[in-house]
Design a protein around this ligand. Structure first.
Ligand SMILES: Nc1nc2c(c(=O)[nH]1)N[C@H]1C(S)=C(S)[C@@H](COP(=O)(O)O)O[C@H]1N2
Ligand SMILES: [Mo]
Length: 371
């Protein structure tokens, strides 16, 4: 097979490979964090402070993942003749190195495809996104470790100033030179990131041209994934509504009316809702501090809780650790930006707190089960 191109050389591969090594590592670490914070029973705990931590780790996860797509495609294109090398391997070490390409390339393509599809709420597969994406990450990172080990010295040599450039595949045949090729690829990668970062980083929202969601579009000025109508909660009857605070962790179980909650001391805080699908929106929430409610029910200072929504099915409950429950900004919010919550934002009551993944910012809260 012939693959003539003047950009197919070790230096192109080394530059793209190094960039990918960085974006993949950042994406992997931030992804593991996001996976573990959603595991309520797990050993890992993201504290409520410093505020904004999860907003940043998840923003970086999506940004580095998207930036990797053009880099990976370019890298594959630059080294494709190597995949058809004959004989397929020359030594045991070479065999292992080539074998590691299967999980590396396969895992990486699967990761970028499932990640990109998921942020567009398109899931054309039969497995859980989170477990599939997580498994692919470990497979790819395993392949990456072997690959980095095998290519370390070649990469260092190829990156050295004045190094002799070894071409990959056939001899150069003109066309785009390496510098323009790399410039184009890094440019595309940077622009993809710039045009999507606005869905989580508000100052760039005007540039969020490629983002599936605009952070400032929706009821009360910010987006909604799950509508009240999809869980039959578009008209919650305020007169019949009660917030139950019960469970083994309270001395005095409570059933509070909406008016009782309104009559309690109110507190406001700017808190982001950061969805694992890659968008984020920071609003000003006002409501009752969770810790005030826990104190009213006579809970222990180290009490944790499970937050239950009024609906059944997916995401009907979320864990609330002691540290999150007692944070001064952890709220059962009645208002957002000075208005009662819209039904789609969780009227009558929504839990919000710092460093909680979006899936744990429960809307339509009906019960706090205290442990
Ligand atoms: N009760 C309840 N709360 C919920 C959800 C839900 O399905 N039910 N979705 C969660 C998710 S995945 C996110 S990202 C945030 C914001 O989602 P929204 O856009 O649907 O408001 O709310 C969370 N709170
Ligand atoms: Mo979400």
């Amino acid at each position: 097979m012939r693959f003539p191109s003047s950009v197919r050389d070790e230096r192109t591969a080394a530059v793209l490979g190094s960039a990918l090594g960085i974006t993949f590592t950042v994406c992997f670490v931030t992804g593991v964090v996001s996976h573990l914070v959603q595991d309520s029973a797990g050993w890992f705990h993201l504290p409520a402070r410093p505020a904004g931590l999860y907003h940043w780790t998840q923003g970086l996860h999506i940004a580095t993942g998207l930036a990797s797509i053009p880099l990976l495609l370019a890298k594959l294109w630059a080294v494709i003749p190597k995949l058809f090398e004959w004989p397929p391997f020359s030594s045991v070490a070479h065999f292992v190195e080539r074998l590691a390409l299967v999980p590396l390339v396969g895992g990486a393509l699967l990761l970028l495809f499932t990640g990109l599809a998921n942020i567009n709420i398109w899931r054309p597969w039969g497995f859980s996104f989170r477990s599939g994406h997580y498994a692919a990450a470990w497979i790819a990172i395993g392949g990456l470790i072997v690959h980095v080990g095998a290519k370390w010295s070649t990469t260092r040599r190829a990156m050295r100033r004045g190094a002799r450039i070894v071409s990959v595949g056939d001899a150069p045949s003109g066309g785009l030179d390496r510098r323009s090729f790399l410039f184009t690829i890094f440019g595309v990668s940077g622009l993809v990131t710039l045009f999507t970062a606005g869905q989580t980083y508000a100052p760039l929202r005007k540039l969020a041209l490629l983002a599936p969601r605009r952070p400032d579009v929706g009821p009360q000025g910010f987006p909604v994934n799950r509508l009240a109508s999809s869980v039959g909660l578009e008209h919650v009857d305020v007169a019949a509504y009660r917030l139950l605070i019960d469970g083994p962790g309270v001395a005095r179980p409570l059933a509070l009316h909406y008016a009782d909650l309104r009559a309690m001391p109110q507190h406001s805080a700017r808190i982001p809702i950061t969805c694992v699908e890659g968008w984020s929106t920071t609003q000003t929430w006002t409501g009752v501090r969770v810790r005030d409610l826990l104190a009213l029910a006579g809970a222990r200072p180290e009490a944790s809780a499970t937050v239950h929504a009024l609906h059944r099915g997916r995401l009907r409950s979320a864990p609330l650790s002691a540290d999150h429950a007692h944070d001064r900004d952890a709220l059962l919010a009645l208002d957002v930006n000075g208005e009662p919550l819209h039904a789609d934002h969780g009227f009558p009551l929504r839990l919000v707190g710092h460093n909680r993944p979006g899936v744990h910012q429960t809307k339509w809260v009906g019960r706090l089960e205290v442990h």
